[in-house]
Design a protein around this ligand. Structure first.
Ligand code: 0PR
Length: 362
């Protein structure tokens, strides 16, 4: 087992992941609930109560203490469930959903599974979704639109307030994918409305296993009200509870417990400090990269930074051979970094020194 484990990248060499090393307290909570199964909540009542509390805390964090939802296996399940609820409520033949071109690939999975056409709206020059293109793509078969608050590639934030107005005007549902940004935006831009403060926002993905510092797996789907959750209900005849809303049946309570540990014992103020430090390190990375002649794609909005280079793939592959993980994006071709809490100033220094050597040798 140890031999296999040694083949895994250590987080101190991963600059491409939206996950991170959880706090020891989160790990302790995770282990405590390792045998609980939230697929049968009547038996694991304590775990279920914890999940209800987590949903209440995250709902309040997103400015709707009455939000309903559950802790998912990740952002993918949360996005699938949001679109599924929209489809089930609208009951239209050949439905479609309009997403930004920058949407995570989980929406392609959702479309495939649910039989929903996924229409992709253009981005503007700042890599935010172009509102007029979203409007152009909406028709009588559109059940919902999606805005991303913290895009996977660039950490950019779509104009959610405008999308909310458009959704109300066109009578379609609006889902906000803040799988990553949900635990970042409120700390960096507390006045920026991307959540249930906006009337059109019907559902939100916010993942504890990303910037929420919880253990894997822990995503979260929040709905504005019960109606959306009810649209997902299936009867569970042989269980004590009558119906189930989740996509998976047997499901862990570990993520629920680790999320609760973070939110309750470390708290939002602690998370805010973590985010601010990530942002400081991000700006340091930008400085160091620009010193090497790289150009940023956008000014970092959150702790994601991308740098244009035609040689992105070549550089990534050589870094990988030397034990470092960075990623590459297309349009524009660039190196992408996610500056998670495990990426410290020291990690950046070590990385830059390796990168300098890579650039001399490729
Ligand atoms: N929505 C957004 C905005 C995301 O960035 C992601 C994942 C998802 C949804 C889907 O979430 P799950 O992967 O939890 O289902 N974004 C990360 C990414 O593509 C996922 C990831 C994490 C990839 C760690 C690699 C990695 O090492 O970058």
């Amino acid at each position: 087992m140890d031999e296999f484990k040694r083949k895994d990248f250590p987080y101190s060499r991963i600059l491409s992941s939206m996950c991170t090393t959880p706090h020891p307290l989160a790990v302790k909570a995770h282990v405590k609930f390792i045998t609980s199964n939230l697929g049968d909540p009547a038996l694991f009542r304590g775990a279920k109560e914890l999940e209800d509390r987590v949903i209440e805390m995250l709902g309040s964090f997103m400015h709707n203490p009455k939000a309903r939802g559950y802790v998912t296996s990740g952002g993918t399940e949360a996005n699938i469930q949001a679109l599924r609820a929209f489809r089930n409520l609208k009951k239209l033949a050949n439905p479609n959903v309009v997403v930004p071109e920058s949407a995570h690939f989980s929406f392609d999975k959702a479309g495939d599974i649910l039989g929903i056409e996924i229409r992709k709206a253009r981005l503007d020059e700042d890599y935010r979704v172009d509102l007029s293109d979203v409007e152009r793509l909406i028709d009588e078969k559109t059940v919902g639109i999606v805005g991303i608050a913290g895009t996977t590639s660039l950490g950019q934030i779509d104009p959610i307030e405008d999308l909310s107005k458009l959704a109300l005007e066109k009578d379609v549902f609006l889902h906000v994918d803040s799988a990553f940004g949900g635990f970042v935006i409120p700390f960096l831009y507390p006045k920026l409305k991307f959540d249930f403060r906006l009337e059109g926002v019907c559902s939100i993905t916010i993942d504890p296993h990303k910037m929420g510092m919880a253990t894997i797996p822990a995503g979260c789907i929040l709905f504005r009200d019960e109606r959306f959750l009810k649209a997902l209900a299936v009867k569970t005849p042989y269980l004590i509870t009558e119906e189930q809303f989740s996509l998976t049946g047997t499901r862990p309570a570990t993520g629920v417990a680790s999320t609760y540990a973070v939110l309750k014992y470390l708290g939002f103020e602690w998370l805010k400090k973590v985010v601010k430090r990530c942002m400081d390190v991000t700006l340091y990375l930008v400085e160091e990269m620009e010193r090497l002649g790289f150009e940023r794609v956008i000014d970092p909005v959150m702790n994601v930074a991308c740098f244009k280079t035609e040689r992105a793939t070549e550089i990534r592959d050589e870094l990988y051979r030397r034990g470092w993980a960075v990623s590459v994006i297309e349009n524009p071709r660039a190196l992408r970094f996610v500056v998670m809490p495990h990426v410290t100033f020291r990690v950046i220094d070590e990385f830059i020194s390796t990168l300098k050597d890579v650039l001399r040798n490729i």
